[in-house]
Design a protein around this ligand. Structure first.
Ligand SMILES: Cc1cc2nc3c(=O)[nH]c(=O)nc-3n(C[C@H](O)[C@H](O)[C@H](O)COP(=O)(O)OP(=O)(O)OC[C@H]3O[C@@H](n4cnc5c(N)ncnc54)[C@H](O)[C@@H]3O)c2cc1C
Length: 381
């Protein structure tokens, strides 16, 4: 009856379901364990009528015209460019650290010297990792690199990942940039925006096809068996394709052990005022236990007399108790992932895609691109 079963109704699952149903005329069954579609990009109106992101703020940005054009089939856009401030030494300053931030933080004479040296030695409109700045034979630039490391990066990262500085992978530090520019935007991608009526409405449009059949509130394990000896749906052999976007370790009963994730807890507050912050995101690197506060109306463009903000508290992931958010990238975990991946290759007609199935941090545009690539590959089989 079905040509394809898709497990998971997030980006990865819905892109595949939509393409297979609309372009190949396939009958697609989508199985989703949650009561809603959209995966972690799901948004909804809170009790005050403010549009919020249930699993943390999601800002869409991409360099890929293909991905932008594809999603534009299902939504118009609110053209939003993300801006972030961080509370540093009592001031709210633009992040990533750039030429404007330097002026706000340091005395005019020091700021001017640093700006001049950055431009002269490293060029304009370039992002320079702080490790590279430290390597410069110049005391002012070394001072700047250390300042950014201490005041913006270190404590934020410790809160985010819950580990000591000595355990931090140096490649993570290496990536923290100083942006030699006056551009205060967080992203420089050519295409930036949020779906005009929200992510959930966009996902509804994607799944609104007569060939797509949704089964919500259902864990695939309760109605399916997936294994080396074949796949079954309601006890009957299923010969069609399976697109699996759930956790790869769960697919094999965690036989090699659990793949670790970092989780988050959100605290929401609604205020009787139109706006509370001047930008969508305020980082708190050095104080409190939360990492950042998001004011959703900046992101969504919603007009509303009230406003809702979320404080974000990183925490350990505990299976069955909270949500798996970020894969923890460490050598040992990658090794374990590879064991699962090898086993997945022995399955019959099962295709793994998405952040949980590939144990990979994907931005939304990247997961759409990967899903479109898998779709193209399936056509050439
Ligand atoms: C806090 C946070 C903020 C983020 N912010 C951004 C951002 O600003 N910009 C950006 O580009 N990206 C952002 N991302 C990344 C974005 O969330 C992902 O790229 C995207 O959600 C990945 O989609 P997916 O389909 O792979 O996974 P998911 O969205 O997780 O979808 C997987 C789906 O499978 C379902 N499922 C799992 N197991 C089963 C099962 N056993 N049975 C049935 N169903 C199952 C799940 O319930 C889920 O709905 C953020 C991520 C996090 C965690």
């Amino acid at each position: 009856m079905f040509d394809t079963i898709v497990i998971g109704a997030g980006y990865a699952g819905l892109v595949l379901a939509e393409r297979l149903a609309s372009q190949q005329n396939e009958q697609v069954l989508v199985i989703e364990q949650r009561r809603h579609i959209g995966g972690n990009a799901y948004d909804r109106f809170d009790t005050n009528g403010v549009l919020i992101h249930e699993y943390g703020p999601h800002i869409f940005h991409t360099r890929s015209k293909e991905v932008w054009d594809y999603l534009s089939l299902f939504t118009n856009w609110h053209y939003y460019e993300h801006k972030v401030l961080a509370k540093v030494d009592g001031k709210e300053v633009p992040i990533p650290f750039n030429l404007n931030t330097i002026e706000e933080v340091f005395t005019p004479a020091l700021a001017h010297r640093m700006q001049q040296k950055l431009v002269d030695l490293l060029g304009y409109n370039v992002k320079v990792p702080i490790l590279k700045l430290k390597e410069q034979d110049d005391e002012d630039l070394k001072f700047l690199a250390n300042y950014v490391y201490e005041k913006v990066f270190l404590n934020y990262t410790l809160k985010q990942w819950g580990i000591g500085p000595e355990e931090l992978d140096p490649t993570v530090t290496a990536r923290v940039p100083v942006y030699i520019s006056r551009d205060d935007r967080y992203f420089q991608d050519e295409y930036q925006g949020l779906p005009k009526f929200g992510y959930t409405e966009m996902f509804k449009a994607m799944s609104d096809h007569p060939n797509i059949h949704m089964l919500m509130n259902t864990r695939y394990q309760d109605i399916m068996d997936i294994g080396e000896e074949g796949n079954r749906l309601f006890g009957q052999f299923f010969e069609g394709k399976i697109i699996y976007t759930g956790m790869i370790d769960e697919l094999f009963g965690f036989c090699f052990g659990e793949l670790p994730y970092r989780s988050l807890r959100f605290e929401y507050d609604t205020y009787d005022t139109e706006y509370k912050q001047s930008v969508g995101q305020l980082n708190s690197p050095n104080s409190y236990d939360f990492t950042r506060i998001t004011e959703f109306k900046h992101l969504t463009g919603q007009q509303h007399p009230k406003t809702t903000l979320a404080r974000e508290y990183p925490q350990a992931y505990r299976s069955g108790e909270n949500t798996a958010y970020y894969p923890i990238i460490a050598e040992e975990n990658q090794k374990r992932y590879k064991q699962y991946k090898k086993r997945a290759a022995t399955l019959h007609n099962v295709h793994l895609v998405g952040r949980l199935a590939e144990y990979k941090y994907y931005n939304m545009d990247a997961v759409v691109a990967t899903a479109l690539k898998l779709y193209a590959k399936l056509q050439h089989k």
